[in-house]
Design a protein around this ligand. Sequence first.
Ligand code: NAP
Ligand code: MG
Length: 402
Amino acid sequence: MKITYKTPIVEMQGDEMTRILWDMIKDVLIEPYVALNTEFYDLGLPHREETADEVTRAAADAVKRLGVGVKCATITPNAARVSEYGLSQMWLSPNGTIRAALDGTVFRAPIMVKGITPYIPSWTKPITIARHAYGDVYKNSEIRVDGAAECALDVKYADGRTERKPIITLDGAGIIQGVHNKDASIRSFARSCFNYALDTKQNVWFGAKDTISKIYDHRFKDIFAEVYDAEYKTKFAELGINYEYSLIDDSVARVVRSGGGFIWALKNYDGDVMSDMVATAFGSLAMMTSVLVSPDGKYEYEAAHGTVTRHYYRHLKGEETSTNPVATIFAWTGALRRRGVTEGNAALTAFADRLERACLTAIERGVMTGDLVPLFKADGVTARSVSSREFLKAIAAELENA
Ligand code: NAP
Ligand code: MG
């Protein structure tokens, strides 16, 4: 008897090698056990072109409506893709469109497995990075000033009031920059972080530079504190988790000394920089999951890597590739587990746990895709590189054993 559930999951198919893996994963690991009930959207680039990207907007709306989605990696078009696919326009990044529609925050966490040790060996539990994906230097306005000049910040309110603050009187050429953020966006970010913490029972650490930036960064600190005190403090206490603010430099030092197992909330730039550091330290982008969480608790799961184009071209030539499907499998298990939670469906959450365990067990026994072989070291186990197809079969065998 296959496991059933009531409310559909939004399924977003994607591009290239991950598109191929997507169907294999469903065939071999999910559909034999779960009666999949999905609302299907093909976000593959040819279909985005055919629908003038309407399909992406519809998929985003579906995630808002149904609350749980799973997405395959997709191509973000650039000039080369426009000619490769004969696009009528350089369509926007699907992830950007979905994130904007859900006003969500992306949480990235490594998948940890015995035999693959992080570069910082004390990190025995995953560190989940939450990057605020709005504003600051990513939506800035910059001027290269080419001679002596008075530079100021100028505010004209909608009601006619004005405010002006000098930046600097330059005595020669220089550069200036204006950045902004919105209270509403910071508040949504805070809520997404606290919701995800409740969901995964992890502490939240947030760091900024409020000692230097006494208005701008201080506003982040204040909004986090307000939202936490008013809406989350009691719920956190019930679960025995907490929220801590510290200066960003202090935060970085504490993260390095930590054992992992918390959510690290970061401003846009800090998150950009630190997520690459954390991902590298944990070993492989192919073992990194990503989930978009909206402030009102909608979840969209995916792998952190792209469509693995180089492997796809080899696949098109008829070669069997050894492309790592683990992050995409974990996107599926994330979505199925979440649906299990929203419907109180213990069989579904247990299946998600079992499938994840089966992936890790296969690797722990030495069966893995080529990217993991150089990272793997375990006494008495020799790492063997297999094709994606053989790897999925090995996981299926573990699933049958369980
Ligand atoms: P990528 O697809 O992540 O692949 C870069 C390289 O990393 C691969 O060539 C491969 O190295 C290795 N790799 C990544 N994932 C792997 C996996 N699962 N198994 C084994 N190796 C893996 O990044 P990209 O080549 O820069 O981007 C390709 C396309 O993906 C682009 O069109 C981009 O727009 C899109 N993209 C989409 C998303 C998303 O939808 N979330 C995110 C990023 C990029 P080797 O070739 O050395 O084996
Ligand atoms: Mg970066």
